[in-house]
Each structure stands twice: as structure tokens, then as C-alpha cells.
Design a protein. Structure first.
Length: 270
């Protein structure tokens, strides 16, 4: 229950409290030393750090979860941990290795016959493909994830799915890379109006979805993506007002990557 609470707290915009719950879960799992519970807690910790965009910690917990699940034949945790590990490795110079790891994990996940969290994982793979310049396949996977979420009701990552789809659309249209909201870097793009309009629609849908779920952390990301686009279009005041509204609603987590980037963007727009 602490594992599920951690994910929920992060979505609600309480990343520090989420971290406390997952630490409690890991302590309990370590004390019990039961393989399934331990793999569960380690995997949930890996995903929490993926959500917090902390690659090194996500990698460490994914590797630990992978080791436990492999040793005890926990096929689903093994597959999900492999996908999370691939996400953590997705950096310049290792993108091909990371994508291959994620593909293997998705295939193993699908082989179990379950669809649990599959929209989340397809979105992570779509993002990785976008960053590596494979926008067409990234968009195809985004659409597959969207269809799956609509069919099985697994909508917990739907807002991020829409946002990533918008970022990949911008990359496809411009051919010069993702915006900073997606990469954390300084890439820019020059997109044709149709691509920009479609991406803007995705960002707005992401914001609407996140607001409906009270998923404030996902709303922040979507607002940042839209604010970056508005900034590119010369709508600086609109971008600043939009971002300030969601940023000012946070009461914790100001050392996390997302909130630090949001503060930097606000400073640029002021």
C-alpha cells in the first residue's frame, strides 16, 4: 500500500512525501525478505525515480528489482524492470542500447498476457524513439498506447502520453530535435504550422486530462511543454502566466528536476 501511495502522492504534486512512503515500503520489504514483496517494492521505487526524472536511482532500483525477479522467476516484474532500466540508460551515446533493452522488456511484458502498466511503458519507449530521431515509430507507439488505455481503462499515465506525443510531433515536423521540456537540454525546432498545431492540441489535451485526474505533477510537465511552445511563438506573457499558475500551487519538491526547470523557465519569461 505504501508503494501505491508513493505513486499517487507524486501524481498529486507531493514528490517529497512520495519519497518518504517508498522508503518506508523498501524498509518493510527488506525486513520481510519475501521475494515477491521485495521485487514489488524495488520496482515501485524504480518507477518513482523515473517519475522524478532521477536516472541514476531509477537504474539502481531497476537493476535490483531485475536481479530479484530473475532469480525467483517473477516474469512480469522482470519485464517491467527491464523497461525501466532501459529508460534510465537512455542518454546520448547509449540510446541504441537503451531502446533495445526497452523493446525486449515490452516484448517480455506482452508475452505474459497482461496489459498492466503497458500504456506507461509504451509511452516511455515512444519518448526514447523520439529522442533518437525515430519519430514515426514513436508516434505509432503513442497511438497504440492511447488505444490500449481507452480499452482497458489504464489511464494513470494518459496525460504524459499526450504530452510525449506532442513533443514527438514537434520533432517530426521540425526534424531538429525535441523541445527542452522533453529533453531537459537546449534543442530547438522549426516546425511547419500543421505540426505545431497538432502538438499544441496534444499539450492542451494533456493539461485537461491531468487536471481531471488532479495529477498536478503531470499537469506541470504539460504546461511546461505548452509554455515552451508559446515562448517560441513569441507569446511570452501567455506562457509566463500559464506556468506561474501551476508552479505557485506546489508546496514541496522544489529540488526535483521538473520544478527546477519550471523555475528556470519562469525566470526566462519574466
Amino acid at each position: 500500500m505504501r508503494c501505491f501511495a508513493a505513486w499517487s502522492l507524486w501524481c498529486l504534486g507531493q514528490p517529497d512525501q512520495a519519497l518518504e512512503r517508498i522508503k518506508e515500503a523498501l524498509t518493510l520489504a527488506g525486513e520481510l525478505s519475501e521475494p515477491h514483496g521485495l521485487a514489488h517494492a524495488l520496482f515501485f521505487a524504480a518507477i518513482l525515480h523515473q517519475l522524478r526524472r532521477e536516472e541514476q536511482l531509477a537504474q539502481e532500483y531497476a537493476e535490483a528489482a531485475l536481479a530479484v525477479s530473475s532469480e525467483h522467476g517473477l516474469s512480469l516484474y522482470q519485464a517491467m524492470s527491464k523497461i525501466t532500466l532501459g529508460w534510465a540508460l537512455n542518454e546520448p551515446g547509449r540510446r541504441e542500447e537503451a531502446i533495445e533493452q526497452m523493446r525486449e522488456g515490452v516484448a517480455a511484458h506482452q508475452a505474459t498476457g497482461t496489459e498492466v502498466l503497458l500504456p506507461h511503458f509504451l509511452t516511455l519507449l515512444a519518448e526514447a524513439l523520439g529522442k533518437s530521431g525515430q519519430a514515426e515509430e514513436g508516434l505509432r507507439l503513442s497511438e497504440e498506447a492511447e488505444e490500449l488505455a481507452g480499452r482497458n481503462g489504464d489511464r494513470c499515465y494518459l496525460a504524459e502520453l499526450y504530452r510525449i506525443k506532442g513533443e514527438v510531433l514537434l520533432m517530426q515536423a521540425g526534424g531538429r530535435g525535441l523541445s527542452r521540456a522533453a529533453t531537459g537540454g537546449k534543442a530547438v525546432f522549426e516546425a511547419e504550422p500543421p505540426g505545431v498545431a497538432q502538438a499544441e492540441g496534444c499539450f492542451n489535451e494533456s493539461i485537461k486530462t491531468a487536471q481531471g485526474q488532479k495529477a498536478k505533477s503531470l499537469e506541470l510537465r504539460a504546461v511546461m511543454s505548452l509554455a515552451r511552445l508559446n515562448q517560441k511563438q513569441g507569446k511570452r506573457e501567455e506562457a509566463r502566466s500559464l506556468l506561474a499558475g501551476i508552479y505557485d500551487s506546489f508546496a514541496e519538491g522544489f529540488e526535483t528536476v521538473d520544478l527546477r526547470e519550471a523555475k528556470t523557465l519562469l525566470d526566462e519569461l519574466s
